[in-house]
Design a protein around this ligand. Structure first.
Ligand code: DHB
Length: 469
């Protein structure tokens, strides 16, 4: 290993911050390059934050410098570049998970990652798939290559992310050390070490992209009004972008796409040969009904039950029947109408190109590409189709039964009942498959939660403490 990938335990600052009456003093090792040949020197770095109490010989919740879990939240959203984040407030003003994690007694590692839209001095796109995932892998490798020098326990790395970041967390947890990614990691000059993580926390993962259009139409078919929003980038770097509403009605052609995509979904689900926790097959008939739909409904019902137990009155909801003591009954079609459609069909691989996912699957030279045969065939933009391997590498479902992929031991997946960015089927398929391959997996649909993450940190940390005993 070259010298520059050796962790320097003497290069740090000590900071104290106070938020909401909570005082945190931490040691910060910042801006450390995690690979030898970065495509972007500014982004491909990580920072390590450690409770200063650990250096004073104190313990927090039974954790100390040697045994503390390493919490590794990524800041990836929209498949865009993810900046390293210090403990404190995020750009939107929320107190971030890193702040709470340090108070709780974890070491925090914040990696910067490349993302779509990034270009180098030659005008090449450097953030296309699998760049961001390989950046996270390189960060993990850096920590493991420095096992004796790094604060915390490198065998207890817990990745965390939301949305596109949740997808990356799911991929980190399912593709450890897989040879598919080796050429990219070699080119980057990543450290020679394992990139497998111990556990993965995934909020509303925007994943399984090559089947997400079909899943979306299976769920939202019949709703032709869409209610989306568009980001207007801030004029000055560092300012918060603005979101403006985009509402409309799907064209006849899009409605036709919706029919076709919906009809293609049962074949995919049935091909996965999923089972529920009790070993019962999860399938769909041609109408899109069956045990897989009931499985999803059972998670929505479990969420409603928890909400009812808190004392909430849900009697106004026309899609929920909740008689005393009985498991709530969900009318799925009415529930979907209640949620409303966000995206036009096809939701991810646009026939006109231009979505975040089309950009994710670009190349150095081509900004946007298709990644499904369906949208490629119906392309109105003469779009090209991404290479099969690039698409494969972004889908955790492809690595579940592959023994060359080292899996996380524990998964925690959350997908809010009000989320419309992707189908609930996406997280359900992920969780069912993980469980089937014997990975300890928790799936829950938090009540009324939209597309969001990090909203239940106390529970997340309780889970981490439980799996990291
Ligand atoms: C994200 C949200 C989306 O709806 C999407 O298609 C991709 C990414 C996100 O929030 O990261």
């Amino acid at each position: 290993m070259k010298k520059e990938l050796i962790f320097d335990g003497t290069a740090y600052t000590v900071e104290t911050i106070e938020i909401d009456g909570k005082i945190l003093t931490y040691r910060a090792f910042e801006d450390i390059p995690y690979c030898k040949n970065p495509a972007n020197e500014r982004m491909q770095r990580l920072s390590i934050f450690v409770p200063e109490a650990f250096y004073e010989g104190k313990m927090i919740n039974g954790r100390h410098l040697k045994n503390a879990p390493i919490f590794m939240p990524n800041t990836i959203g929209g498949y865009m570049p993810g900046l390293q984040e210090r403990p404190g407030r995020s750009r939107e003003g929320h107190v971030n998970a890193a702040f709470h994690a340090l108070l709780h007694g974890y070491v925090v590692v914040s990696p910067g990652t490349r993302g779509r839209g990034m270009i180098n001095e030659r005008g090449e796109f450097i953030g296309t798939a699998p760049a961001a995932l390989c950046d996270l892998k390189a960060a993990v490798r850096y920590l493991k290559a420095n096992v004796c020098r790094i604060p915390g326990n490198v065998n207890r790395i817990i990745s965390n992310g939301t949305s596109a970041g949740g997808a990356m967390s799911a991929l980190l947890g399912t593709t450890g050390d897989h040879p598919d990614y080796a050429p990219y990691l070699d080119e980057m000059g990543a450290a020679e070490a394992s990139d497998a993580v111990f556990a993965a926390s995934c909020y509303c993962p925007i994943t399984n992209l090559d089947h997400a259009d079909a899943a979306y139409e299976w769920e939202f078919h019949g709703l032709n009004d869409y209610h989306n929003k568009k980001m207007v980038p801030a004029e000055r770097e560092g300012d918060t972008p603005e979101w403006i509403p985009v509402d409309g009605v799907m064209t006849k052609e899009q409605q036709n796409f919706s029919d076709l995509l919906r009809d293609s979904f049962p074949g995919y689900v049935n091909g996965l040969q999923l089972k529920d926790g009790a070993g019962k097959a999860l399938t769909l008939n041609e109408q899109g009904e069956g045990s897989f739909l009931e499985y999803i409904k059972s998670y929505v019902a479990a969420s409603a039950r928890k909400e009812l137990e808190k004392g909430s009155d849900l009697s106004e909801l026309d899609w929920l029947e909740a008689e005393d003591g009985r498991e709530p009954v969900i009318d799925f079609r009415k529930y979907v109408q209640f949620r409303t459609r966000m995206k036009e069909a096809p939701a991810f691989d646009s026939t006109a190109l231009g979505t975040p996912e089309n950009e994710l699957f670009g190349t150095k030279q081509i900004r946007y590409r298709h990644f499904t045969g369906f949208s490629f065939q119906h392309s109105t933009a003469e779009g090209q189709l991404a290479d099969a391997l690039q698409v494969k590498m972004m889908n955790p479902m492809n690595y579940m039964e592959d023994e060359k992929a080292v899996k996380a031991e524990h998964f925690r997946i959350r997908h809010g009942t009000a989320d419309r960015d992707t189908s609930l089927a996406i997280s359900a398929m992920l969780a069912a498959k993980l469980t089937e391959v014997q990975i300890d997996t928790e799936l829950f649909y938090p009540w009324g939660m939209p597309h969001a993450g990090d909203y239940d940190l106390e529970e997340l940390f309780a889970w981490i403490d439980h799996v990291c005993i």
